[in-house]
Design a protein around this ligand. Structure first.
Ligand SMILES: NC(=O)c1ccc[n+]([C@@H]2O[C@H](COP(=O)([O-])OP(=O)(O)OC[C@H]3O[C@@H](n4cnc5c(N)ncnc54)[C@H](OP(=O)(O)O)[C@@H]3O)[C@@H](O)[C@H]2O)c1
Length: 329
């Protein structure tokens, strides 16, 4: 079968012909129609799981995938051949991902039926980014009327987060370059901040060094419009310096989360702010909840582009995401 693989950590992803995986006991084999692309895929290829999870090579990339159950192993009770399913195709050993014509997963992995009316392309865009957004909103226990700043709002996680925070009743401030302002407004942002606009420079501060810069342009803009601060910060992109700057906006007793391990948790605690470095743990229940909202039309899945499987190496790690990229298999 066709698959996108790396031969070793750090190697260039390539199209390869590999054996079709067989469903073992308790496993489901899925004939994949579509697979989602996430920043984590490139991190995996580069070796983020090295020493953390055993990995088989050639490593088939891809976590998000949707398709049709094509075979079930002995003892499988939750799925039957012909079911339309979507899920995360990452279980130990890693290297048997969704960027392939077929993949197998244990039936107890994050794998759920796709509701009627939701396409496999739409479903494949959901698992990693959608579940992360759902987990963040659940963790912050957003109350109606709270002010929420989302940094990195135009990408995969951010596009879902803007919607879910808005549904929870928040006043959402979203970062977006000028060309993406309308997109985040349509998804539910009440205000947008163009993070590429420079702020007045302080001659005593190296404004080009995010590690030493004291106030990011986003912090300055939000402090201007919300001098009393904000309740929740979701920062999906910043390194430590900018995260610390954005976190100064959060009121005492508020919440601040980083999905990029940029938070100094002791510094947050010292200001009575909860949250910190966030790892999404959501599984099938969260994915099913999201799919129901998509089927009901309450959550939109912003698919920026759909490209053939063969194009995966070209789109991997491309910046400036506007929602999700999906591979058609
Ligand atoms: N910890 C976890 O459990 C977890 C789970 C999921 C994802 N993540 C991580 O979270 C991060 C975001 O994931 P994603 O899927 O949303 O990525 P993505 O789809 O690539 O989106 C990132 C977005 O941020 C924008 N951006 C880049 N630099 C920015 C800046 N300085 N300020 C504001 N916006 C900026 C990008 O567009 P422009 O460049 O055009 O502005 C893009 O729209 C990734 O590092 C991912 O690995 C972590």
């Amino acid at each position: 079968m066709r698959a996108i693989v790396v031969q070793k950590f750090g190697a260039t992803p390539e199209l390869a012909d590999v054996p079709v995986p067989v469903a073992g006991p308790g496993e489901v084999q899925v004939a994949l129609d579509a697979a989602g692309v996430n920043p984590f895929d490139l991190k995996m290829a580069d070796g983020i799981l090295k020493g953390k999870m055993p990995t088989d090579f050639p490593m088939i990339l891809g976590v998000d995938g949707a398709g049709t159950v094509s075979a079930v192993g002995t003892g499988v009770t939750k799925f039957t051949v012909g079911d339309k399913v979507v899920g995360k195709f990452l279980t130990a050993p890693a290297g048997h991902g969704s960027w392939a014509q077929y993949a197998t997963v244990p039936e107890d992995a994050t794998l759920v039926p796709i509701p009627d009316g939701v396409t496999t392309v739409t479903a494949a865009a959901l698992p990693v980014a959608g579940i992360t957004a759902q987990d963040l909103v659940d963790a912050a226990r957003i109350q109606p009327g709270q002010t929420v700043l989302i940094v990195g709002a135009t990408g995969g996680v951010g596009s879902f987060l803007v919607q879910l925070a808005n549904i929870a009743g928040a006043h959402v401030i979203a970062t977006a370059r000028g060309d993406a302002t309308d997109q985040v407004a349509r998804l539910g942002a009440a205000e947008t901040v163009d993070y590429t606009r420079t702020r007045p420079t302080d001659p005593n501060v190296d404004d080009h060094d995010p590690a030493t810069r004291q106030d990011s342009s986003v912090t300055a803009a939000v402090r201007f419009t919300h001098p009393d601060g904000i309740d929740v910060l979701f920062d999906l992109v910043s390194a430590a310096g900018d995260f610390a700057s954005h976190a100064t906006l959060v009121r005492q007793g508020g919440h601040a989360y980083s999905t990029t391990w940029a938070a100094d948790e002791a510094a947050l605690r010292a200001r009575d702010i909860t949250g910190g470095n966030f790892e999404s743990k959501g599984r099938s229940p969260e994915l099913s909840r999201l799919l129901s909202r998509v089927a009901a039309g309450d959550v939109v899945v912003p698919v920026q582009m759909t490209v053939p499987l063969e194009a995966a190496p070209a789109v991997l790690g491309q910046g400036s995401a506007r929602g999700k990229t999906v591979l058609a298999i």
